[in-house]
Design a binder for this molecule. Structure first.
Ligand SMILES: CC(C)(COP(=O)(O)OP(=O)(O)OC[C@H]1O[C@@H](n2cnc3c(N)ncnc32)[C@H](O)[C@@H]1OP(=O)(O)O)[C@@H](O)C(=O)NCCC(=O)NCCS
Length: 385
C-alpha cells in the first residue's frame, strides 16, 4: 500500500465528524443548544441536575418514579471513600484544584468493585457513582482549601444543595442555590468538544470509564477549554475598574492576546449559555455585592467592545465561560473551583457519550502526515559530529 502523498490535514480536527450521536445538538450558526432535543433554555428554567442527568444518560425525560430512583441512586453514592478523602487532603495546598480532582477521580476506581466490568449495566452504575462522587470531591477540595475537613453528605438533600453543604459546611442561601442549580444544568453537556472527545478516545481503547473520565478532566483543564472561566474572571480582576476595560482590551488585542471567554470553534453566534448567564447576572444586580456589580460592569463593557470589533470580521462572540465567573462569585464560589465544578457537572455528558459510544465502539486512531526523513544511516555515537 503506497503512502498518500497529499492528505487533507484538518488541524485540530476542525470540521471532522467522529460519530453519530443522539445526545446533544449544537447549532453554531444560530446559537442554539439542545440536550436530547430539549432547548437548553427550557432545561435551565425547569429541570434539576438529577433530571438532566437522567435525560442525558437515558435519552428521555424521567417519569416521577424514575426521577425518584435516579435521585436516590445519586444520593446513595455521595459519600467518598476515606482513601480518596486522604488523597485530597494530601494534595490540598500543593496542587491546583483540577489536578486534585483528576487524581481523586482516578483513585475512585480503586474503591469500585466493578471497575473492570465492561458490561453496559455495570458501566451505567459506575456512571452514576462517578457523577455523584465528582461533586463530593470538588466540594471537599474547596472545603479543605478553606481549612475545613470532610463534611459527611446528607442523603436527604438534592444533588446541588448537598454539594453546597459539603463545600461550606452549611446549607446555601436561596440565591446561591438557585445559581448553582442552573450552573450544573448549563454545564452538563456540550457534544463532542475537546474534553468529551478526550474521554471518548480513552474509552475507545476499551480501558474503563474511570480512565475515560480522568482523560476528560485532563483535557478540560486547559485555558482554551474549561479553564477559560477562571482566566476570564482573572482578567476582570486585572482590569480592576470598569473605566479601564476598553484600554485593557485594546492593548491585549494589539498584543495579539486572546480575550478569555470569547470565541468558539463551533458557535459563530452568541453562545446561548452565555446569553442565559448574562440575563442571570443582570437580574442579580441589586441583590449582589459591590464586587459582582463591578465585574458585571466590566463584563458588559468588554462584551460590547469585543462584539463591535470582532463579531462581524471573526465570528467572535461571548462563550459560556465569559459571564460564568461573576455568576459564580455571586454564589460565593472561589475562583479555583470554577473549572472543577464545570467538570463535576460535565461528568454527566461525558458518561452519556461513553455509554453511547461503547454500543458501537471503534478505536480512535487518526493519521498524521510524516514530514521527517527516512532511511537514515545509523551512526555510532563516537562518530557523531
Ligand atoms: C475557543 C477558541 C480556542 C476557538 O478557537 P479556534 O476555532 O481555534 O479559532 P482560531 O484560533 O482559528 O481563531 C480565529 C481568529 O479569531 C481570533 N480569536 C479567536 N478567539 C479569540 C479571542 N478569544 N480573543 C481574540 N481573538 C480571538 C484568532 O486570533 C484568529 O484571528 P486571525 O484569523 O486574525 O488570526 C478561541 O476562540 C479561544 O482561544 N478563545 C479564548 C478561550 C476560551 O474562551 N475558551 C472557551 C471556549 S468555550
Amino acid at each position: 500500500m503506497s503512502d498518500i502523498e497529499t492528505p487533507q490535514i484538518s488541524r485540530g480536527l476542525e470540521g471532522i465528524y467522529i460519530a453519530e450521536s443522539r445526545i446533544c445538538k449544537v447549532n453554531g450558526a444560530e446559537g442554539r443548544l439542545y440536550y436530547r432535543g430539549y432547548p437548553i433554555e427550557a432545561l435551565v428554567k425547569n429541570s434539576s441536575f438529577e433530571e438532566t442527568t437522567f435525560l442525558l444518560l437515558n435519552g428521555k425525560l424521567p417519569t416521577r418514579a424514575e426521577l425518584d430512583d435516579i435521585t436516590r441512586q445519586l444520593a446513595d453514592a455521595r459519600d467518598l471513600p476515606q482513601g480518596v478523602v486522604r488523597i485530597i487532603s494530601e494534595m490540598s495546598g500543593k496542587a491546583e484544584s483540577m489536578d486534585i480532582l483528576r487524581t481523586a477521580t482516578s483513585a475512585l476506581s480503586a474503591y469500585d468493585a466493578e471497575t473492570a466490568d465492561m458490561s453496559p449495566a455495570a458501566n451505567f452504575r459506575k456512571s452514576i457513582r462517578i457523577i455523584s462522587r465528582m461533586s463530593s470531591i470538588v466540594a471537599t477540595i474547596g472545603r479543605m482549601r478553606a481549612g475545613g475537613s470532610y463534611i459527611n453528605p446528607d442523603k436527604a438533600l438534592g444533588h446541588v444543595e448537598n454539594f453546597m453543604l459539603m463545600l461550606n459546611g452549611k446549607a446555601p442561601d436561596k440565591q446561591a442555590l438557585d445559581i448553582m442549580k442552573d450552573m450544573f444544568v448549563i454545564h452538563a453537556e456540550h457534544s463532542s468538544n475537546a474534553s468529551t472527545f478526550g474521554t471518548m478516545v480513552a474509552g475507545s481503547t476499551l480501558s474503563d470509564i474511570y480512565s475515560a473520565i480522568t482523560a476528560g478532566i485532563s483535557v478540560l483543564k486547559g485555558p482554551l477549554h474549561g479553564g477559560a472561566d477562571e482566566a476570564a474572571l482573572k482578567m476582570m480582576k486585572q482590569i480592576g475598574d470598569p473605566s479601564n476595560t476598553e484600554s485593557y482590551i485594546e492593548s491585549a488585542l494589539a498584543g495579539k492576546q486572546r480575550i478569555m471567554g470569547f470565541g468558539h470553534r463551533v458557535y459563530k453566534a452568541y453562545d446561548p449559555r452565555a446569553k442565559v448567564l448574562k440575563e442571570y447576572l443582570l437580574s442579580l444586580q441589586e441583590h449582589s455585592s459591590e464586587e459582582v456589580r463591578r465585574y458585571t460592569a466590566i463584563a458588559l463593557r468588554a462584551e460590547k467592545m469585543m462584539i463591535e470589533k470582532l463579531s462581524a470580521s471573526h465570528g467572535i462572540w461571548p462563550n459560556v465561560d465569559f459571564f460564568a465567573g461573576p455568576v459564580y462569585v455571586a454564589a460565593g464560589i472561589p475562583v479555583n473551583l470554577f473549572t472543577p465544578i464545570f467538570a463535576a457537572s460535565r461528568s454527566a455528558g461525558w458518561c452519556a457519550h461513553m455509554l453511547e459510544y461503547w454500543k458501537d465502539n471503534r478505536l480512535f486512531r487518526p493519521l498524521e502526515k510524516y514530514t521527517g526523513q527516512i532511511d537514515l544511516e545509523y551512526v555510532p555515537i563516537e562518530k557523531r559530529q
